[in-house]
Design a protein around this ligand. Structure first.
Ligand code: NAP
Length: 283
């Protein structure tokens, strides 16, 4: 790849950001399609988010991905947001069109494509046990509600956050039953595990450096499916346990791939070379 005076700049805003796989994934895609573009990681301290977002315009950066801890706080700094952002309250992709910044959330579509590819399902009529109530969980709840899931048991370490999320989405999606549930409420947990078609971990539980919660997966029906958004490590404790029990399961690398592919398409208008992108992140 030759960086020239004409090269378009893309990147990711996060803090920390050195662990991100997005630079290798997007640069592989640019190379494959021979695009005069480069993707870099910007470690943006929360105090500098506003000036960094202005710099997208002043420095002519073509687009950025946005990750922890900026996904929500960047919204008021943008000129326009997509319908998915209005629903999730989080941005993971910004496109700069002649100084006009539009925020998108490609995690929603990334999640839907991932469960379709890996587990062969769409959310319609599913009963879902969902762990987490942070930014990733908001994208998952949006995807589930928009696509006809019937019940969501929302389980989170901090019950108040699960309650707030459930109440917000229940107002918007009256046909979906969303039940917040505390981790300590063992009776409710058991009941929801026994009826779940799909168990999703959208919390940080089990990611590198974070202890894994112990859930009684053996209570799940035999045909239940498990999706873990965590992709570092690849073989999380949750996925290993699901495999031991013979449950079909998949980890978050596919969601990372498809959210990235959608960002790429928003920025370039080209079909993302997903095989090439997958190769470099599934090392
Ligand atoms: P976030 O907004 O910071 O939310 C973190 C969530 O995890 C909260 O619900 C939090 O509960 C919970 N949590 C944190 N530590 C925990 C622990 N030790 N035990 C149990 N629960 C814990 O983060 P996020 O953006 O939602 O990301 C969550 C995970 O999803 C991360 O591992 C991230 O890498 C992954 N993710 C993957 C993709 C992908 O493409 N595959 C996309 C986005 C995110 P409290 O409310 O109690 O704090």
């Amino acid at each position: 790849m030759h960086v020239r005076a004409t090269t378009k700049i893309y990147g990711i805003f996060g803090h920390p950001v050195s662990h991100s796989l997005s630079p290798i994934m997007h640069n592989a895609a640019f190379r494959k399609l021979n695009l005069d573009c480069v993707y870099v990681a910007f470690d943006i301290h929360p105090d500098n988010l506003e000036s960094a977002t202005h710099a997208i315009k002043s420095m002519g950066i073509s687009g950025v991905n946005v990750t922890i801890p900026h996904k929500e706080r960047i919204i008021p700094l943008l000129d326009e947001i997509s319908p998915e952002v209005a629903l999730t309250g989080a941005v993971n992709t910004v496109k700069n069109e002649n100084g006009h910044l539009t925020g998108y959330n490609t995690d929603v579509e990334g999640f839907l494509t991932a469960i379709k590819e890996d587990l062969g399902i769409i959310p319609k009529r599913l009963r879902v046990f969902l762990l987490g109530a942070g930014g990733a969980a908001r994208a998952v709840v949006t995807a589930l509600c928009m696509n006809g899931a019937s019940e969501i048991y929302l389980v989170n370490r901090t019950l108040d956050k699960a309650k707030a999320l459930a109440s917000e989405f229940t107002k918007a999606y009256k046909h979906v039953s969303i039940e917040p549930c505390a981790l300590e409420d063992t009776d409710s947990l058991k009941r929801s595990l026994r009826t779940a078609d799909l168990l999703i971990n959208a919390s940080s539980s089990g990611m590198e450096g974070v202890a894994s919660l112990t859930l009684q997966l053996e209570l799940l029906p035999k045909q239940s499916l498990v999706y873990d958004l965590v992709y570092k490590p690849r073989d999380t404790t949750l996925l290993n346990r699901a495999k031991e029990l013979g449950l079909k399961s998949a980890g978050g690398i596919s969601m990372l791939l498809y959210q990235g592919a959608k960002s790429f398409e928003i920025w370039t208008g080209e079909m993302a070379p997903v095989d090439e992108m997958r190769k470099v992140i599934e090392f």
